[in-house]
Design a protein around this ligand. Structure first.
Ligand code: MG
Length: 254
């Protein structure tokens, strides 16, 4: 099937499934790690080393599969599996602090190729870029303002500090819709790289595009509910104008 037909079919089947006649696009919601920043290898390495230091076992690709969860939730999973009990608040604070310390050491802070262009494209089209991340780094806004000046404000960001339930719960994306201007799900599109983030966005009722920037198979992202999978942010950028054109086409024919 031609790329255009494929995208059209995915957009139409989203509308049908979610009981919308049209898209009324106002916002594009971006995940952060693995979509804007090339930070996942450093997250993975620092999580693995943190648990190795504690002699707690983890599984291959675990931290790519768990990506998007709040830190305390990832820690609790590993505790349940290794020790058959919940982690305490104190353990969660200490372990997350160690992981953050290692992350600072390993993370080069590099943005993914195409991230800047994607955000600027969205803004130039008059759409509101919103950030939805499970990250809880205190200096997040400074970092984002430095790399992507003029794109995000505290009013258009959802972080670990704003939610009770992290991804895969839909709460972060429901709040993202609110921050985009009290939007309905058909007024936004989500760009995600991780299975749990995709699940959260799809459960919030939003059309979700995956950019597979990590080591997982595309199938994992499709099974999580992604409507389209691209393999880089640049590939998303190449298709972004086409996607907006098709949305217009669908809207005018309904
Ligand atoms: Mg991510």
């Amino acid at each position: 099937m031609k790329q255009k037909d494929k995208i059209k079919q995915r957009l139409k089947s989203y509308l049908e499934k979610n009981d919308f006649d049209v898209f009324d696009l106002k916002s594009v919601i971006f995940d952060m790690d693995g979509v804007l920043y090339d930070s996942m290898p450093a997250h993975d390495k620092s999580w693995r080393e943190t648990f190795d230091e504690l002699n707690l076992e983890h599984q291959p690709y675990e931290f790519f599969l768990q990506e998007g969860r709040l830190g305390k939730s990832t820690i609790n999973e590993i505790f349940q599996r290794n020790l058959q009990r919940d982690s305490t608040d104190e353990e969660e604070i200490n372990i997350y602090a160690r992981k953050s310390e290692l992350f600072k050491q390993y993370n080069k802070g590099e943005i993914l190729p195409g991230a800047k262009e994607a955000l600027n494209f969205v803004k130039d089209k008059g759409l509101i870029p919103v950030l939805v991340t499970g990250s809880g780094q205190p200096s997040l806004l400074d970092k984002l303002s430095y790399h992507f000046p003029g794109i995000f404000t505290p009013e258009t960001m959802v972080t670990a500090f704003n939610v009770t339930n992290g991804k895969p719960h839909p709460e972060p994306f429901i709040l993202g819709l609110k921050k985009g201007g009290n939007l309905l799900p058909n007024q936004a599109i989500v760009i995600e790289n991780a299975p749990l983030g995709i699940k959260a966005a799809v459960d919030a009722g939003i059309f979700t595009i995956a950019v597979n920037t990590g080591p997982l198979d595309d199938d994992v992202l499709i099974d999580a509910g992604a409507s389209i999978v691209f393999h880089s942010v640049n590939e998303l950028n190449e298709n972004f104008p086409l996607i907006l054109d098709i949305i217009n086409e669908i809207n005018h024919h309904s």
